[in-house]
Design a protein around this ligand. Sequence first.
Ligand code: TMP
Length: 206
Amino acid sequence: MSGALITLEGVEGSGKTTQMMRLERWLRQQGRKVVHTREPDGTRLGLAVRRLFERPGVHPKPLVEVFLFMAARQQHVAERIRPWLDRGRVVLCDRYADATVAYQGYGRGVDPDLIRELNVRATSGVMPDLTLLFDLDPAEGLRRIGGRRLDHFEREALAFHRRVRQGYLEIGRAEPKRVRLIRAARPPAVVAAEVRAIVEDFFRGA
Ligand code: TMP
């Protein structure tokens, strides 16, 4: 494999999707071959998983949530991510393996070590080369997305989102070289400049 997998993580409303699009444009200007994707809906199967959560009367248990996201992930890696990496693409992925540790592990109380083990299988060992963690107080994140129709997870109580944030911060503390913490409360242009600096360092092998 010769490409690079860069994942973007963070609580709801942390701006990671907007930053991903900015980063993609910038990387393209630098002459890099880049693609973007997202979880769980990076494949048709994954999209079906996302829609399942929104169906009335469907209430997956925490471990079922884990299995559903893992199923979407394995399909995504096999169908999209690995082939792209094999062709030397820089792959930007909006949420990936860390999201299940943060949301289902720290948020829902499933054993994070079990999730890590399942992630090894679900990713076929394709782990991120770099993770951009957009950190923000979830109260501010939820305020930012207040105008749009909230999905299954966005509707959760603030306490859930606070646990997710703590989970992400612990993931970052455990792997500081891979996971780069970005303070997402700052203006988007400031955040984008920091993202570019981090990604430049990464490609320089710093
Ligand atoms: P979003 O990235 O568009 O916000 O939507 C993905 C939602 O799914 C988000 O609320 C987080 C949730 N999610 C998990 O709970 N676990 C996972 O493993 C993934 C990929 C997403």
